[in-house]
Design a protein around this ligand. Sequence first.
Ligand SMILES: Nc1ncnc2c1ncn2[C@@H]1O[C@H](COP(=O)(O)OP(=O)(O)OP(=O)(O)O)[C@@H](O)[C@H]1O
Length: 448
Amino acid sequence: KRLSRQEDVPRILYYVQRSKEHHWCCAEVTFYCSDQLLCNQWVQALQRRLDLQGVRPKNLLVFINPFGGKQLGKHIYDKKVAPLFQLASITTEVIVTEHANHARDHLAEVDLRIYDGIVCVGGDGMFSEVIHGLICQTQKIAGIDQNDPNSKLVACSLRIGIIPAGSTDCICYATVGVNDPVTSALHIIVGDSQPMDVSSVHHNNTFLKYSVSLLGYGFYGDVLKDSENNRWMGPSRYDFSGFKTFLSHQCYEGTVLYLPATETLGNPRDESRCTAGCYVCQYSGKLLDLSNNKQELKHVEEDWKVVKGKFLAINAANMSCACSKSPMGLSPAAHLADGTIDLILVRKCSRFNFLRHLIRHTNKDDQFDLAFVEVYRVKQFIFTPKYSEEDNIDIRDIGKNLFGQFCSDHPACGCSQVNSNWNCDGEIIEHAAVEVRYVLFCCLELSG
Ligand SMILES: Nc1ncnc2c1ncn2[C@@H]1O[C@H](COP(=O)(O)OP(=O)(O)OP(=O)(O)O)[C@@H](O)[C@H]1O
């Protein structure tokens, strides 16, 4: 290090610096050189090295949800992310969404071949929208029928990055380890990637949605439904609705059929966590492919299991679902890309016991080590509610006779709903009866 002379040419080199707790920041070092020619040679040599790194994106399509989380998406992008993209010579086409499903509809029509990736600035709902647009367009081009639960989906070639600007930002937290726009932008710039499992949700042979993080029936379905009525509260609506739903203590009766993932490595009670370059993800994907091919050849009958009962919650986690409120997540040992789903069944229990289970989401205690909680690693499952969804009015009456519990929708009438709805990555699915299966390793996520 030496002080510069006036005639020296300054050149600033920007680089990624790792700091604590998964945070990354952009640091810089200034070089001074009195020989202009030598200086240019250095710059060109560095540029050539960067160009050789094919994983770094050059042209990105960016969607900003201006209304996600604390409504700071546009501000976060303009102040923290765009300047970094500019420094990294990444060109962008930025679309600030004007309504829900704007990004999804845009993706269905646009020619995606000109982009190296898609970035969504928002929360999990926004990510889900983008992933739907991308997967649906890919299947349309390939002529795949998404309504057929047995269709083999075609993997998407584009990667998706998330700049966290939502309320929970669970997908970003689970993949990057922290919700920080600068860290995510830097992961995107250096071209980091992380494959992710995607499940498809069907009802009566009709495709409903894809899920990448959590599918929750009962408690998490009810929390989401209630929280949608309180959007004006911002992110704290989840705490409010969570408390309300906890008090209502609704149980839902039905049958779960599941197909255990016996061929993969690891199980939901493992101590190990899924991290970058995860061994379990690398090998489980291959083992599953082998086993599926064998089954196709031999037409092997698979070994379905049945669980019947009254459930406070049925959760299907494609990843740990860690977020700042639950640093270990709903299923701490779930893997991002092993081709399986962790199915968690919380049977009817007292309010006190359910609270014990919920509290274990926020600390390091084993949330599965309770008599009323079961967890299975599965490839596929089907949930059938006890009461038919078709006669909704009757369902309320039946609920009144059977449970007569506190009803969150109609406090005055004292009736109770016998069917919940599914919370699919923060979006409501109105049906209770669903068939869910792992379908593909999705588009690599840029911010991995
Ligand atoms: N311009 C818009 N106006 C209204 N809704 C929008 C707009 N753009 C996107 N949306 C919808 O807003 C919903 C929520 O967005 P987002 O996920 O970004 O925020 P959030 O719900 O606060 O965060 P999280 O999903 O992490 O809890 C998404 O389902 C998306 O479809």
